[in-house]
Design a protein around this ligand. Structure first.
Ligand SMILES: [Zn+2]
Length: 326
């Protein structure tokens, strides 16, 4: 669905970029071209002479990293809007870009199944990497086929995203050459304030759901962290695992429809970027009286399409959950 050669390819390797471009020109004018010939020398990725570069795998963490980095570094996001992080694969150019980064920010915990080996290859080349999910008190899946395994979908809890903001800020300050640490901390503080407001607002909105109806049925197990933070019950998932790459058997669907009837659930939440074929089939076959409600669970959208930023995504999902369970 999302071809790896989609538009968000990182900039070509040595094209002068914004501030880097000006700096390069200034150095040339100053008669110091030798600095530029250091491009690609084995000393490390930051020898490239351009603006410091951070590569982020998912577009959700990409948004947060851009907020934190501000003007201090160029942030390249590998996954285009609507990408499924479980199945997304990098292009050759993106893989090469990873090896030239000053810092790689990724989700980790098995989310980016087809990107991880490239992140590991870059780490072996000496590029610092941060698996943000692993640093923010991860939870295991509470139910389903993956029960007990670490759940990578931490972003559905905005409090954990506050912790993630801190982790990303510290790594940028430590690893990215030439950044203004105070500026990065200020950016992180401002973004943290925004996330605190978001959490309070979500709390208030969810409080309007009638008692006993904080029940979630989703297309795969994606809202465990949201459930834990805001006291929802996860009744089940159409795909009973933690990845969209699994598929349910007939008995899985049967026991899910029983659970839906027992809990009197009125909505199945599916990811807007995935076909809702399975959820529809489940509803038809079992004659359930449920609404199928799309959420932005795995990926941001293009700007203006409902979930252009992490904050927009969380607000849109909160409204859809409240409406679906009302
Ligand atoms: Zn997922």
């Amino acid at each position: 669905m999302n071809p790896p050669h989609a538009p968000h390819i990182p900039h070509a390797p040595r094209t002068p970029r914004r501030r880097g471009g000006f700096r390069a020109v200034a150095l040339l004018l100053a008669g110091l071209p030798t600095v530029l010939t250091g491009c690609g020398a084995p000393g490390g990725p930051s020898d490239s002479g351009g603006t410091p570069s951070i590569v982020v795998t998912t577009n959700i963490l990409g948004d947060v990293t851009r907020e934190v980095a501000g003007d201090e570094a160029e942030v390249t996001v590998l996954m285009p809007p609507g990408a499924d992080p479980h199945s997304f694969g990098v292009s050759a150019a993106q893989a090469a870009g990873l090896e030239r980064a000053d810092l790689i920010v990724h989700n980790g915990m098995g989310l980016e199944e087809n990107v991880l080996r490239h992140v590991e290859a870059a780490r072996e080349e000496g590029v610092p990497t941060e698996a943000v999910g692993e640093a923010v008190d991860p939870l295991p899946y509470a139910s389903g086929d993956a029960a007990g395994n670490p759940d990578p979908h931490f972003w559905t809890d905005p409090e954990r995203m506050i912790a993630a903001t801190e982790v990303i800020a510290e790594r940028i300050i430590e690893e990215v050459p030439g950044v203004d640490a105070d500026a990065v901390r200020e950016n992180a503080d401002a973004y943290t304030d925004l996330l605190r407001e978001l959490t309070d607002w979500m709390e208030e909105e969810f409080a309007t759901i009638p008692p006993g109806h904080r029940d979630l049925v989703t297309n795969h197990h994606v809202f465990g962290y949201l459930a834990e933070r805001f006291d929802f019950r996860v009744i089940g998932a159409v795909i009973p695992g933690g990845t969209t790459l699994a598929s349910p058997g007939a008995s899985d669907l049967e026991s899910l429809s029983r659970a839906i009837v027992e809990a009197d659930v009125g909505a199945i939440f599916v990811d807007s970027s995935h076909p809702d074929r399975l959820a529809r089939a489940l509803r038809e076959e079992s004659g359930l009286d449920v609404e199928i409600v799309p959420l932005f669970s795995e990926s941001l959208t293009a700007p203006g399409e409902g979930a252009g930023t992490y904050e927009e995504m969380m607000r849109a999902n909160t409204r859809a959950i409240v409406d679906g369970l009302a």
